[in-house]
Every structure is written in C-alpha cells, then in structure tokens.
Write a protein that binds this ligand. Structure first.
Ligand SMILES: [Mg+2]
Length: 228
C-alpha cells in the first residue's frame, strides 16, 4: 500500500498482566557484596576455580547443597551474616515506588521472587510499605533459576507466563527463571556489567535490558498492551 511508505506493520502488542520482581539489587539498592560472600563461603581457591567454570555467575546455594550438614551450616551462617549486613543498610531502588504506583494504576499484578530468606522479604515489606503477592523466598523450593516459583505465581494469578514480565538484576537467576517459565525477561543492568563479552554466549538472554527501574515504566508503555 502506498500509504504504508517504508514503515512495517506493527504486530499486535503483547498483553501484560503481571510483573514479578527480584528483590536484592532490583527493588533494593545492591548492598550485599556477593563476591566477598562467595569467597568467604568457598575459600579463595575454590572461589577462583568455580568462577572460571561459571562465567555467568556462581550459584552459591547450589554449590553448598551437597556439602556435609556441618559444613553447610557454617556456609549458611556466613551467608546469613552478609544478608544481615545488607538488611541493616537496606534502601529502596530509585524508581521502584513510582513503578509500583504505575502498575497499580493499570491493575497489573506485582509479585516477588528472591533467593533471600522470608525474614528479609518481611523486613522489606515493612520498611517500605510496599507489598508484593505472592512473594516467594528461599524457602520455596526449587528456587530461581528454576522456573517453578514464577510458574507458581502465574498459576496463583491465573495468567499465562507469556503475559508476565520477570524483572531482575541477575542474568543467571532472574533472566534464566523468566525465560524457562516462558515469561518476558527484563534485565536491570545499572552499570553495563553485562555488556562484557563473557556474557555474550549465555543460554538465556533477556528480552529487554534497562539501566534503571524508571526505564521499565517507559518500555511497558511502548511495547505492551496494558489494558485490563
Ligand atoms: Mg538480585
């Protein structure tokens, strides 16, 4: 058609009925030094070895899963220490409250999935008077990057995974969980660390990449049908 000119027909926009957020580093400002935590749990040599084998990131919970109960208890104590220090300095991510307000105004559901413990989620909910439901923590097994928690939320909401977006700052946990579940995955990469070539060949790639939660708002309006 002459009137089309060089533009191409736009496919219909995908419906969006829910957004599921990661907590640490996504809804809250990153305060946990994960590299230091992994070093403390694994020891320097083991840390270096495992890091080389897992370029997209270390799954610390997975690594300690098969340790002896005693060694595992020590590891969980170390992790809990790092998480506690994180809680003490907890800050909400810029743009998070505004984004939640926007989602609420569109009646789009908000959920949360974290590999942190339930106590940390409770603290987050109390501290910032924002609530996410369902909010699944480490106690829900299997945890991210398994798609189970996200599929659980979709079925609780009675929506298709393809109508849900997973937003998180971890390629190996949040993006992998989102893509495995069949959802839309949005990676929050504040300082471009995932632009590094070591991440070029990862199995699960995000559908969208943003540098702030404010950008999520813009991309939702640009790419999705947000009508109820
Ligand atoms: Mg995170």
């Amino acid at each position: 058609m002459a009137t089309m000119g060089t533009t191409t027909a736009q496919p219909p926009r995908a419906r969006l009925r829910g957004v599921v957020f990661d907590m640490d580093g996504t809804l809250t400002v990153p305060v946990i030094d994960f590299a230091a935590m992994y070093r403390a749990v694994l020891g320097e040599d083991e840390y270096v070895r495992i890091k080389a084998e897992n370029p997209s990131g270390i799954d610390i919970l997975h690594h300690i899963e098969n340790w002896s109960p005693e060694k595992q208890r020590k590891a969980y104590d170390i992790i809990a220490d790092f998480e506690r220090q994180g809680s003490d300095r907890l800050q909400i991510m810029p743009g998070a409250a505004e984004l939640c307000g926007f989602l609420d105004s569109k009646n789009i559901r908000r959920g949360l999935i974290t590999r942190n413990v339930k106590a940390a989620v409770d603290l987050f909910h109390d501290r910032f008077s924002l609530s996410f439901s369902p909010a699944l923590s480490r106690e829900f097994r299997p945890y991210k990057p398994d798609p189970s928690p996200l599929l659980h939320i979709c079925s609780a909401w009675e929506v298709k995974p393809s109508e849900v977006m997973m937003v998180g700052d971890s390629l190996k946990d949040d993006v992998a969980c989102g893509k495995r579940a069949g959802a839309v995955a949005c990676l929050l990469d504040e300082n471009g660390r995932y632009d590094s070539p070591e991440y070029a060949n990862v199995e699960f790639k995000p559908d969208f990449k943003v540098t702030s939660l404010r950008e999520v708002h813009t991309l939702l309006e640009a790419h999705f049908d947000l009508s109820p």
